[in-house]
Design a protein around this ligand. Structure first.
Ligand code: ATP
Ligand code: MG
Length: 349
């Protein structure tokens, strides 16, 4: 039997280069290997936990995320792309898991702690938001997923999911499968920084290059990127650590890019060495980065434009995917109900 993969995104906006580096690129690779059964969830219910006053944003973003998926090459004939809210059984699973996690444990989760701070929630955090790691555990376990490809910020959430699996299986018997997180193998991709130099490119922080940004916007964003603040004049020695321009090159530049656009350097190591010695200006490095990023984004933009003209295909993909996903989740929920013993009325239930 093929191993099962579950991944997903919150429909809170269009997808960005951080998603591409940390997850989308890898998903396309896994899809094309034909070795996995992959489910991709657009987590609209989770997105509503911190956007309950702005449901229109979630509705709109759902389509944008679906377009971004198709644009990067995810193929609904090979993977199942579905919408969380259209699989209500996920919500019942969440209900069962809510009883297995304490408030203290939720509040200790470092990802949640950071996100509560970023959003300025304090004690006024919506209960739905605080408990989204539990709903995420339902999403993962509903598919008996073996692997969950994620960015680094998600690791504490996978830990939480594993704990729920252990607790459930200990109490009710061996029903749930323990998932493994899979990080991108390139260190720079695990958590791509923002163009402002902040630790993470994130929709909520407004420091993103979106996959659907046009050339001119991408150029402006890259040219205005944060670099080493002490690298003032070209002759000054510069730092490549915590310099997002170099982190992006670590994530995306290949030796072929150097041959094509900067043949005076063999590879990124040589470019970095020159920057560190002094004598290399930020503008030159940024222009190179722009060309590298444009080569990635051009085909993505073209595919996106095609599907923007064929939204009926996007809707059909989401509807069919949700139906298919629902059948799988119904099976798991039946096992869970049986294990808990709340199958009172149906003989075969
Ligand atoms: P939000 O700000 O609404 O939480 P986000 O930009 O963090 O949005 P998510 O939808 O929460 O995006 O994340 C989806 C997936 O993309 C997760 O696996 C996450 O780890 C990964 N991811 C998000 N941002 C980055 C990044 N900057 N670098 C690497 N992976 C990322
Ligand atoms: Mg996030």
């Amino acid at each position: 039997m093929k191993k099962v993969i579950l991944t997903g995104d919150r429909p809170t906006g269009k997808l960005h280069l951080g998603h591409y580096a940390g997850s989308l690129k890898n998903r396309v690779k896994l899809q094309n290997s034909n070795e996995y059964d992959m489910y991709i969830l657009i987590a609209d219910l989770q997105a509503l936990t911190d956007n309950s006053r702005d449901p229109e944003k979630i509705r709109k973003s759902l389509k944008e995320v679906a377009l971004d998926y198709l644009a990067v090459g995810l193929d609904p004939s090979k993977v199942t792309i579905f919408v969380q809210s259209q699989v209500p059984e996920l919500t019942e699973l969440t209900m069962h898991y809510l009883n297995l996690v304490t408030l203290a444990r939720l509040k200790r989760n470092p990802t949640i702690k950071t996100e509560i701070k970023e959003r300025g929630f304090g004690e006024s955090v919506p209960v739905g938001f605080l408990t989204y790691p539990i709903s995420q555990a339902a999403d993962i376990t509903a598919f008996k997923a073996d692997l969950v490809p994620v960015g680094e910020d998600q690791l504490p959430l996978i830990e939480q999911c594993k704990e729920i699996v252990h607790t459930f299986n200990n109490i009710y018997g061996n029903v749930l499968k323990e998932p493994q997180a899979v990080l991108a193998d390139n260190q720079a991709c695990i958590r791509l920084p923002g163009i402002d130099g902040k630790a993470k490119m994130s929709k909520s922080l407004g420091n993103c290059i979106y996959l659907s940004d046009n050339s001119e916007i991408v150029r402006k964003k890259i040219m205005s990127m944060f670099t080493d603040p002490e690298h003032v004049r070209v002759e000054d020695p510069g730092k490549v650590e915590n310099n997002p321009v170099f982190t992006y090159l670590d994530a995306f530049a290949t030796d072929e890019d150097f041959q094509k656009y900067l043949p005076e350097y063999k590879n990124l190591d040589e470019l970095k060495a020159h920057y560190q010695r002094g004598g290399l200006g930020d503008v030159k490095v940024k222009k190179f980065l722009f060309q590298v990023v444009e080569d990635i984004l051009t085909p993505i933009r073209e595919t996106r434009a095609y599907y923007e003209e064929h939204m009926e295909l996007v809707d059909k993909m989401l509807e069919d995917g949700s139906k298919k996903a629902r059948l799988v989740v119904q099976e798991t929920l039946k096992d869970v109900r049986d294990a808990i013993g709340i199958n009172y009325f149906s003989k075969n239930d």
